[in-house]
Ligand binder design. Structure first.
Ligand code: NDP
Ligand code: MG
Length: 388
């Protein structure tokens, strides 16, 4: 029987990759719902191509535009992500959570309830709301698979292992487009250059986070939460080829690492075909890829945001929500030419230390509403703050 699939954020980088895998394997899967923010043309094409019955467009203008076009169509069109539980009434097999940012949190929690398996790429949801997600995973007996390539690798490497046997886990970072650029030339880097990731094709926000290495800080927080391990177990290591995604050093002396091409289709396809045999493009392994793996320690002068690693609280507090919101705000300002690359890095470090925020690092959000209120509070504060 075909697996029933939902893709949240089907018009983004991860969403499109997931959609294309399904398009090429129609005999195994049937999509029951696709969602987008405003990309109504792409979602319509996707829906027509695979005869998807339900589509959701969050942006009102684009929803209304499509409503006219679909007047006589059999496709059901929705506008509000809060309606997911009304749209999906019966359990489906698999949901891909690929909405970017914290807008993905509520839909992810709803999807945990109506999915047998949930694959989460949306790292912001994991970072700020893992304690809520994990409660629902247990309550609904939903299988969880992390999609971020490092986490998918760690998950694959340790799933049959006793966690007490883990000595260290290394998350690899390519070092982004500026790894070999002189530090003195970095202050005025233009967004178009920062967006040019050497190995991965990703959405804009995550591409900037990869250039500053903020993405890797997020991934350490993500890993700590998903695998419920102390922060001291994790290390970041530079590996420009991005061929190895994670390395696990066990206490018994064994070191295991997981390598694959820089193609998110690999973790996604493995999550869709879990425990089944399938051929990923049927390519033979290029062993030369394993020469000169070239691991090195990250340079804190080049990537100043690494200092945040020493500030991470042991428990979930408002720190994560504040960090994500401040970084989102600054990345947006940088992408829109309002601040330069130097200020992007420096302001982040400064802002998270301001007393207005640090007073919230002692306690944490209990639910999504708490998280939303904090995001609003932080954004209001930032809008009134002069960056320097
Ligand atoms: P994109 O920006 O390419 O896509 C995001 C998707 O979410 C789009 O479909 C977008 O719609 C939709 N969306 C964005 N904001 C909203 C909103 N407010 N309401 C409803 N829908 C919304 O992101 P990526 O695919 O690159 O990343 C998705 C998530 O996965 C992120 O959290 C990212 O950190 C994570 N991730 C991504 C990786 C990658 O390789 N790209 C790797 C590992 C993790 P629209 O098209 O209209 O904008
Ligand atoms: Mg990653």
């Amino acid at each position: 029987m075909k697996k029933k699939i939902v893709i949240l954020g089907s018009t983004g980088s991860i969403g499109k990759t997931t959609f294309d895998i399904i398009k090429n394997n129609r005999k195994d899967f049937k999509i029951v719902l696709l969602t987008t923010n405003k990309n109504s043309s792409t979602i319509l094409k996707q829906a027509k191509l695979l005869k998807v019955k339900n589509i959701l467009i969050s942006n009102l203008k684009q929803y209304l535009r499509l409503k006219k076009i679909l007047k006589k169509s059999k496709i059901n069109l929705y506008n509000n992500l809060d309606d997911l539980p009304k749209i999906i009434k019966k359990k489906i097999d698999y949901t891909m959570c690929a909405i970017s940012g914290l807008s993905g949190l509520k839909p992810t929690i709803d999807a945990v309830k109506f999915s047998k398996t949930i694959a989460i790429a949306n790292k912001e949801s994991i970072i700020c709301g893992w304690h809520i997600i994990t409660r629902e995973l247990k309550r609904n007996k939903t299988t969880f698979i992390p999609i971020d390539s490092e986490h998918f690798s760690i998950w694959s490497l340790i799933k049959d292992q006793n966690k007490d046997n883990i000595k260290k886990i290394y998350l690899t970072a390519s070092g982004g487009p500026f790894l070999n650029k002189k530090n003195s030339l970095l202050s005025n880097i233009k967004p178009k250059h920062a967006l040019k990731h050497p190995n991965w094709k990703m959405g804009k926000k995550i591409s900037i986070d990869s250039a500053t290495l903020m993405n890797k800080i997020f991934e350490v927080i993500e890993a700590k939460k998903i695998f419920n391990l102390d922060i001291s177990k994790f290390k970041i290591i530079i590996h420009p080829k991005s061929y190895v995604h994670a390395i696990v050093h066990f206490k018994n002396g064994l070191v295991k690492f997981l390598a694959h091409d820089t193609d998110m289709a690999i973790p996604i396809m493995n999550s869709l075909y879990i425990n089944k045999i399938f051929d990923y493009k049927n390519k033979s392994l290029n062993l030369l890829m394993l020469n000169n793996l070239n691991f090195s320690k990250p340079d804190i002068k080049k990537f100043p945001v690494l200092k945040i690693l020493n500030k991470l609280p042991k428990k979930t507090t408002y720190f994560e929500t504040i960090l994500i919101t401040v970084n989102d705000y600054l990345v947006d300002k940088y992408l829109n030419g309002k601040i330069n690359y130097h200020l992007l890095n420096v302001s982040l470090l400064k802002l998270i230390k301001t007393p207005y925020f640090t007073r919230y690092y002692m306690f944490g959000p209990k639910n999504i509403i708490d998280i939303k209120i904090m995001v609003k509070r932080v954004t209001t504060y930032l809008n009134k703050t002069k960056l320097n």
